[in-house]
Design a protein around this ligand. Structure first.
Ligand code: ATP
Ligand code: MG
Length: 363
């Protein structure tokens, strides 16, 4: 069977994005070689503050045309506040991708690995292993509303949340499918139907409605306050967690924070219909404080690349095998070293990338 060639736009961006990207690509190429996947990688210098310094904007005007032919975007990190304010760099690049390419699913696997100190006492690998699915395009993040009587003591402020049946159902369906594909087949909905008395009971109802197509998946609904507490106190309760934009944003930072270093957490911004390219990036930012020293942990970037291969091949055959081999190599390196300084070692970014690529290639 011949597999198609996957076209990938590699955008390093700023700061440590430029240091972890080569390691992400090194491992992707190693996995492609071993599992017979054809990758056509094009490196793109824009969507970065360096490009902004030369051109006065983050991206060329025809960015959408340039990217519309690719299957996926592999993204490092954006932001260099010393030269471009963060809201300019972010809204001028990453958020344009998310919105224009309708990447309505934000996916973050959360996992505690052997060899990584856990900030929660007494936790061992296996206790923390779940997936956060965040609605990524609507909900609480709108600019609908306004201020009345501004600057007076009668000041009133209103900001609307917007939920659509289309928007909620598609993220719920994705989350049910994800739960179905995992051994425990359990889905938790983040809700707050006791306090947010219109939209959250509505979410509960949509989850029940969509769930009728998934009788093999167990569903529970937890209020966001106690759910957050349980991320810390009883993380083993979770398998797949689905949440609105705001709740998902909070949970998808809280989750990774319980598993040690930010240098490990990957993410995927998906357009599951594949009408537009999806985007895969580490959760961490450009980290100006450690840039230029070759000490950034490349694992979040590398793991994001594994998610990309899995998505591109729809979790089948060679792509799933490549994903699993990369994750296994990450597990081995975390358990045995080498380790970057955030993991308590003194190895370089390059050394970790080489070690993981070597394990992937050797099998
Ligand atoms: P954002 O860009 O998402 O707004 P930020 O700029 O506030 O986030 P990061 O750039 O993610 O934050 O950095 C936060 C802290 O984590 C910094 O001290 C940084 O050095 C550290 N850090 C981030 N990524 C890594 C990594 N890959 N390896 C080691 N340390 C990291
Ligand atoms: Mg930053």
């Amino acid at each position: 069977m011949t597999t198609p060639t996957f076209r990938i736009a590699a955008i390093p961006g700023d700061g440590i994005g430029k240091e972890v990207m080569p390691e992400g690509l090194r491992v992707l190429h190693a996995a492609a070689k071993r599992f017979g996947l054809a990758l056509d990688v094009r490196e793109i210098p824009w969507a970065s503050c360096d490009w902004h310094a030369q051109h006065g904007q983050m991206m060329p005007d025809d960015w959408k045309e340039q990217l519309s032919g690719v299957d996926a975007i592999f993204f490092g990190a954006v932001g260099w506040p010393a030269t471009v304010p963060d809201h300019v760099s972010l809204w001028g690049s990453l958020l344009k991708f998310r919105r224009q390419f309708d990447q309505y699913i934000n996916l973050r696997p959360v996992r505690l690995f052997e060899g990584v100190p856990c900030p929660l006492a007494g936790r061992k690998p296996g206790d923390i292993d779940y997936l956060v699915v965040r609605e990524n395009t609507e909900g609480e993040y709108t600019a609908l509303g306004g201020v009345m009587y501004e600057g007076t003591d009668r000041e009133i402020v209103i900001q609307e949340s917007v939920f659509s049946r289309h928007g909620a159902d598609r993220v719920l369906r994705f989350a049910f499918e994800a739960a179905r594909s995992r051994p425990r087949k359990h889905l938790t909905l983040a809700t707050k139907s006791n306090g947010i008395a219109i939209s959250m009971p509505w979410w509960d109802g949509r989850a029940d409605a969509v769930g009728r197509d998934f009788p093999d998946v167990s569903l529970d609904k937890q209020h966001i306050d106690i759910l957050s507490a349980r991320f810390v106190l009883q993380p083993q309760r979770f398998d797949v967690v689905v949440a609105s934009n705001l709740f998902g944003d909070i949970l998808s930072d809280l989750g990774p924070a319980t598993t040690g270093t930010i240098g490990l957490a990957p993410s995927a911004n998906l357009n599951p219909e594949r009408k537009f390219p999806s985007l895969f990036e580490p959760v961490h930012g450009s980290a100006p404080d450690i840039y230029g020293k070759n000490i950034a942990n490349p694992i979040a970037m590398i793991w994001s690349g594994a998610l990309m291969l899995d998505f591109l091949t729809e979790g089948q055959g060679a792509g799933r095998a490549a994903h699993d081999a990369i994750v296994k190599a990450i597990e081995t390196v975390l358990a045995q070293g080498p380790r970057t300084p955030d993991l308590g070692g003194n190895a370089s970014t390059t050394a970790l990338g080489q070690a993981i690529a070597g394990l992937v290639e050797a099998g």
